[in-house]
Design a protein around this ligand. Structure first.
Ligand SMILES: Cc1cc2nc3c(=O)[nH]c(=O)nc-3n(C[C@H](O)[C@H](O)[C@H](O)COP(=O)(O)OP(=O)(O)OC[C@H]3O[C@@H](n4cnc5c(N)ncnc54)[C@H](O)[C@@H]3O)c2cc1C
Length: 341
């Protein structure tokens, strides 16, 4: 028997801080609790939202059906030969604290992803990435509850079909798998990933050419804190739009028209355009509309100035998308999940 909490206030479970109420809510820490909750959901045919930290979601005012918050905890080193280790974390662990824990244990690979809000379980969903590293670079496998076959399954890295901000959990089988724990391949030998020029230059500016893991971690935290709003102070979900990926001819056309265009080469002759640059140069940085707006230090981040709501935010996002499309003939895609659609 599941004790659903009714008309549950989700304001503290979404980093935009929008007022939102779930018809019913439960926080689960054990797999049998999850199974019981799911059988209720299926018996009643309720729509279901799986919730981590709510930092990649735009929640509307009423959330119908059920919300299951994944709150299991525990971190274990499963194998360690002195150089390589496999570490497993429960899905409900906090991502940033998990990275801090690994740093204390001297296990490396994920430092560049420090300070990304949210849970470990959500990290594979959109293959979180920052400063030249994606979670898929170190991910060994995912243990997930498969709602279709009603069993726990282990999906190896290759089966997760990771790509830029994407995976099977988001695209091919949305809603089918509930991630229960994640295993990572980590190393006790630290190899700094400084490909992202902003990070290398930041460290060089401090006179650090061969940084230690803690120096990279600290630099990432400093850079992020200077650029991104803290959700508890200004509601936001980080980057609101994905960086569009275009083919070479499209890139050349834009570069000719906008010589200062910021873009990065991708594989197979494609280019990733900096969506923040496109939005900024279209004149949106710092714009306000109703109680929402575009962050004044980073045009890729949309913010809630206080008592905004999802409709206002989506109206603003539409206006930005239209203006970017008119100016550059480039389509922007929203990164966070809008729920319900
Ligand atoms: C200030 C700020 C900075 C950010 N910076 C970055 C960044 O640099 N790079 C980046 O990639 N992202 C970034 N994000 C986005 C966000 O932090 C990540 O996407 C994060 O992984 C979301 O975790 P969460 O637990 O909050 O997920 P939620 O927002 O709760 O959920 C996100 C999606 O995952 C699903 N989900 C959650 N948990 C599970 C689970 N256990 N099993 C299956 N599905 C699940 C949800 O249903 C939803 O579809 C940022 C967000 C903020 C607010």
């Amino acid at each position: 028997m599941i004790n659903w909490q009714l008309d549950y206030d989700l304001t503290r479970y979404n980093s935009f801080g929008f007022t939102s109420h779930a018809e019913r809510f439960i926080s689960v820490t054990e797999i049998d609790e999850l199974e019981l909750a799911l059988s209720d959901v299926e018996a009643n045919n309720w729509p279901l939202l799986i919730l981590g930290g709510g930092s990649n979601l735009v929640l509307k005012e009423r959330i119908p059906g059920a919300v299951i918050h994944i709150a299991n905890t525990g971190i274990a080193v499963l194998a360690d030969d002195g150089e390589q280790a496999i570490v497993e974390s429960a899905a409900g662990e906090n991502w940033h604290q998990f990275i801090g824990h690994l740093l204390e244990k001297g296990l490396h690979g994920l430092e560049n992803l420090a300070l990304i809000p949210g849970s470990v379980g959500a990290a594979p969903v959109q293959n979180i990435g920052a400063y030249g590293v994606e979670v898929s670079d170190c991910l060994h496998s995912v243990t997930a509850y498969d709602r279709q076959n009603k069993e726990l399954v282990q999906l190896q890295n290759a089966s997760c079909e990771f790509s830029y901000r994407n995976s099977i959990f988001k695209s091919r089988f949305p809603g089918r798998y509930i991630i229960w724990s994640v295993r990572f391949n980590l190393s006790s030998i630290f190899t700094p990933q400084l490909d992202y020029s902003g990070l290398g230059n930041f460290l060089a500016g401090k006179g650090i050419e061969q940084p230690s893991a803690i120096e990279v971690y600290t630099a990432i935290c400093e850079i992020r804190s200077s650029k991104l709003p803290v959700p508890s102070e200004i509601g936001n979900a980080g980057s609101f739009f994905e960086n569009p990926i275009v083919d070479e001819s499209e890139y050349r056309r834009l570069k000719e028209q906008f010589p200062e265009l910021v873009a990065f080469p991708e594989s197979m002759g494609r280019y990733k355009l900096a969506a923040g640059w496109l939005i900024d140069k279209a004149g949106w940085k710092g714009a306000k509309q109703n109680a929402v707006g575009v962050y004044d230090k980073q045009a890729l981040v949309l913010v809630n100035h206080g008592d905004g709501n999802a409709s206002q935010l989506l109206e603003l996002a539409d206006a930005i998308k239209q203006s970017v499309c008119e100016r550059y003939q480039v389509s922007l895609r929203i990164e966070p999940r809008i729920y319900p659609i």
